[in-house]
Design a protein around this ligand. Sequence first.
Ligand SMILES: Nc1ncnc2c1ncn2[C@@H]1O[C@H](COP(=O)(O)OP(=O)(O)OP(=O)(O)O)[C@@H](O)[C@H]1O
Ligand SMILES: [Mg+2]
Length: 429
Amino acid sequence: MVIQKTINMENIQSIKQRFGIIGNDIGLNRAIEKSIQVAPTDISVLITGESGVGKEVFPKIIHQLSHRKHGKFIAVNCGAIPEGTIDSELFGHEKGAFTGATQTRSGYFEVADGGTIFLDEVGELPLTTQVRLLRVLENGEFIKVGSSNVQKTNVRIVAATNIKMFDAIKKNKFREDLYYRLSTVEIEIPALRKRNQDIHLLFRKFSSDFALKYKMPTIRLDAKAINLLQNYRWPGNVRQLRNFSEQISVLESKREIDFNTIKNYLPDMGPQLPAIIQNEEEKTNFSNEREILYKVLFDMKNDLNDLKKLTLDLMENGNYKEVHEKNEQIIKKINREKNSNNHINENRLLTFSDANKKNETFEILKNEEEFDFNDDYEEEIKETLSLHDKELELIKKSLERHKGKRKLAAEELGISERTLYRKIKQYDL
Ligand SMILES: Nc1ncnc2c1ncn2[C@@H]1O[C@H](COP(=O)(O)OP(=O)(O)OP(=O)(O)O)[C@@H](O)[C@H]1O
Ligand SMILES: [Mg+2]
């Protein structure tokens, strides 16, 4: 037993060297050990852990230590492939299966026969694709899109996710049966804050890499600065630490870095704060902002629909009296708003006022909304534009907060990743 352990520790160290993994944390070692143990089998493995913890190297370790190492290793980012093409990417398609399918094409499951497929961000797979995947996992069978021929393949699947799969199952976004098939063995990579003894080690490694890359002396931290890093929350985990080390290496002219210098680089750090848990106030304000904006947008959309309906009725009917009778409710609503001093939606805003007394955005919106409905509709355009600005700002903020990770930003904004993607394109972000 003792000998077995020694062998494993040696193995773990050599795997770290071979795959460039830094750290001695017990949870990290356990994850590597599990990978070594499971590699020679064909068991499906699910790698879990927050964004940026270092999941991506584990499927490679498993493939390299398996009898499939001379076979193909294909990594697929399930979150990055559009829903309409993912089945064809994974399982291939027949010529003429859909517009643009000018030739029969093999999918990854055919190409990787005898090898390993790494399904990254597996939680993002559409439900229809999940059904196909379940079948491959159960009996190695799949069917190309547009075909009726059942094909066989021998592929080992290693998947990774940074979302809570049970939440996705509860929301009916992920099939429970598939989850259990995928996670025959689950390897959890601990968050960086839970392996804080590794933080300085990682920082030193990254700093020396960047010093080499940018041809400059390596930066060093004083004791207080190290302590700060070890107590910081690192929501973006190792990825964030790496970026942080790069920023300081490049932007700071001095090479001895102290507490005061680094705290300016860490989001969520107040001027005097030591270790920090997530900035709850900021979070709350952010969600208030979002709620207000969505409510305003929603109400504007309703107003616009009312106006459209009135205009269309007038155009089609031409009889003002009849239109008036037919749309009595809408007209009453408009008059009500006009009578209340021509302030659009003042009541609506007042309902938010208590909850948002300290909220700057509320003030801005309130000022912007105080215009006369009888004025040119230029004002309305101005408001719409300003709402677009706000939306843009929210999206930017959220993307920044999550280091460009669309999935997390979309979750925070309460919209789907695809909607966020559309907005990023729309705003040219
Ligand atoms: N222990 C480690 N040693 C050295 N580098 C690491 C370690 N862990 C992570 N990294 C580096 O941190 C970065 C992020 O890791 P990785 O891409 O594997 O994250 P992830 O867990 O897949 O995140 P996501 O869920 O967001 O895809 C990579 O550049 C990776 O090389
Ligand atoms: Mg990843």
